[in-house]
Ligand binder design. Sequence first.
Ligand SMILES: Cc1cc2nc3c(=O)[nH]c(=O)nc-3n(C[C@H](O)[C@H](O)[C@H](O)COP(=O)(O)OP(=O)(O)OC[C@H]3O[C@@H](n4cnc5c(N)ncnc54)[C@H](O)[C@@H]3O)c2cc1C
Length: 372
Amino acid sequence: MIGSYWFDAEPAPTLESPRHAGRVDVAIVGGGVTGCAAALRLAENGKRVRVHEARQVASGASGRNGGFALAGGATRYDVARETYGADAAKELWRWTERAQERLAELAGDAFRRTGSLRLAADGEEHEQIRAEYEALREDGFDADWRDETIPGFHGAVFHPHDGTVQPARFVRRLAAMAADAGAEIREHDRVASVDELDADQILIATDGYGRGLLPELDEAIWPARGQVVATEPLPERLFDCPHYARQGFDYWQQLDDGRIVLGGFRDFSIMDELTDEEKTTPVIQEALSTFLRELTGYDPPVAYRWAGIFGLTQDFLPLVGRVPGHDGVWVAAGYCGHGNIPGLGCGELVAEAMLGRDGDAQLELFDPARLL
Ligand SMILES: Cc1cc2nc3c(=O)[nH]c(=O)nc-3n(C[C@H](O)[C@H](O)[C@H](O)COP(=O)(O)OP(=O)(O)OC[C@H]3O[C@@H](n4cnc5c(N)ncnc54)[C@H](O)[C@@H]3O)c2cc1C
C-alpha cells in the first residue's frame, strides 16, 4: 500500500519474470513507465535486460500521478516556440501526439481518450492560454477554444487528443509485456551505486527519485513533490475530462465511477515541496480540501491522500541520452511533472539509441550534455 488510489485500488497481477544469470546487456534502474517502456523495446530487440526497482513496479510517480495523458511538454506551446525554436517545438508536440497513439495501442482499458481542458483562472492566464491556442492552430494542431467553462474560470483550450490513464494499471501491463519479451524485472532491489551493476550498458530511469546515483544528475534534476487526493465515488457527474488550471499547478478529473482525483497547490508552499520526501502535508492537503469544496459545493468524503516525486530540470525538458563522462551510462528522466506520455516516448527513444539507432531529432533536444 502506498496511499495512491491508482496503485492501491487494484492488486498488481503476478509478474512472471525470467531470471538472467550473470552479466546482462542492459541494466535499468527504475520500474516506472520509462524503465518498463525501455525494457520492452530492448527485450523485443533481443537484448538481455534486467530492471532493478527499489520497491514495486509503478510505486514511484508512475503510480502516484494525476492520470493525465497530455500532448506537449511542461512548457506552454507558444512559450516552447520562443524557447526551443519553432521547428523544435512543433516536432516535440508531434512526437508527443505519436506517443499518445502508442499509449492507446499498449494500454487497453487503462487509457480513455476524453480530451482535456486547460482553463484560465484569471484574465492574465486567459491571455496566455489564448496565445497557446493560437500558436497551436497556426502550426496545424487540433485545439478548440471554449468561452463557456465551469464557474470561476475565464475560457479554456480543449485538446481533443488527450485523455485519462490509470497509470499504475498501464505500467504494470508494460512491465508484464517486457517480462514476456524476456526482460528480468527485479522488484525490491534498490541499486546503491551504478558501479554494482553487472551490465554492458546502464539506463537510469528514476525521474525525481534517483538522488545519489550520479552526482551530475543530482545537480541537473531536482526532486519536486506533488500531492493528490481521491474522493469516494460521487453520485453526480461534474467533469467529463481532465481539467487543469493555474499553469498546471492544479489538476482534477472525475473517473468513470464518479470519484474525483485532484492534485496540485504545490505553489502554496513551493520551497517545502522541493523535496523527495514522499509525504503529504497539512498546508497542501487543506488547500486541496478547500478547492474540492469549491468544485463540488460540499465536502465529499476523501478516500485516498498521497504524495509523489517528480524530476524538475532548468529548461523544463527531460534529459534523455548518454551521460557525458560515464561510458555506457544513459539517462531518461526529468519530465517536470509531465511524464505519462513523454515517459513512454522517452523510454522507447532511449532504448532505440541504446540499440544504436540514434537519428531521432528529439534526442538532440533532450541531450543531457546541455545541462551536465
Ligand atoms: C503527484 C504527481 C502528479 C503527476 N501528474 C501527472 C499527470 O497527470 N500527467 C503526467 O503526464 N505526468 C504527471 N506526473 C509526472 C509523471 O508521473 C512522471 O513524470 C512519470 O511517472 C515518471 O515515470 P518514470 O518511470 O520516469 O519514473 P517513476 O515512475 O518515478 O519511477 C522511478 C522508479 O525508480 C525507482 N528507484 C529510484 N531509485 C532507485 C534505486 N536506487 N534503485 C532501484 N530503483 C530506484 C523508484 O522506486 C521508482 O519506482 C505527476 C507526478 C507526480 C509526482
